[in-house]
Design a protein around this ligand. Structure first.
Ligand code: ZN
Length: 211
């Protein structure tokens, strides 16, 4: 055990609630893309999701849905479908997108662990802003925006709530929410994740794996 890194980890955790210092079992994310994304976009999606969820101790293991053999075991999982093109070809100065950027499937009032992320819609929405930055920064910025929409949908799934707050869990994003340097869950949204059944199960499974 490296005490220096443990100290840093505790320092960045929020002061309220939660299983501080406990190592939670990872959540399995099964992803599929209608079109393969550029590596830089995909990396930024993963990094942003990790960074947004780290204060709650949530970690993710990514798997390609088409490589699933049916023998995988996960404490918690979600299936993510990225719709449209997740690349940056043919950017236009003025976006015309209105409507949802992502959505989570619900059946008879129950939230299901299936979410869709609309790459075409998100790109249309933020493309004017992306054209305002240097070309070599755009993939990372676009991936970060996709990661925020993904974190929003996973909040619905793992906090098991249809409610919205004022952070990453807010009902409607502005372009700035998607492109700014920093965007996080507010305190209520964080608490909902920290006190969720999912968090409890992942904590118990994490402790089991240490025995
Ligand atoms: Zn929502």
């Amino acid at each position: 055990m490296n005490f220096v890194s443990v100290g840093l980890l505790l320092a960045v955790l929020p002061a309220f609630g939660g299983q501080q210092g406990a190592s939670l079992a990872p959540i399995a994310l099964y992803s599929q893309f209608q079109q393969e994304p550029p590596a830089g976009v995909l990396q930024a999606v993963r990094e942003e999701l990790s960074s947004i969820m780290a204060p709650m101790g949530l970690r993710f293991e990514w798997h390609a849905l088409n490589a699933v053999r049916g023998q995988e075991v996960a404490v918690e999982l979600a299936v993510i479908t990225f719709k449209g093109r997740c690349d940056l070809n043919h950017l236009a100065l003025h976006g015309t997108h209105s409507g949802p950027l992502g959505w989570t499937h619900i059946s008879e009032g129950a939230i299901l662990p299936f979410a869709d992320i609309d790459c075409d819609g998100i790109r249309s929405f933020v493309q004017g802003g992306l054209l305002g930055v240097r070309a070599e920064l755009r993939e990372a910025m676009f991936g970060r925006a996709l990661g925020r929409v993904l974190a929003h949908e996973l909040y619905h799934i793992f906090a098991n709530t249809q409610h919205h707050g004022s952070g990453v869990g807010k009902a409607a994003y502005t372009v700035a929410n998607l492109l700014d340097e920093n965007f996080q869950f507010d305190e209520k949204e964080s608490a909902a994740l920290l006190t969720s059944r999912t968090h409890e199960l992942l904590t118990a499974a994490g402790e089991d794996s240490l025995r």
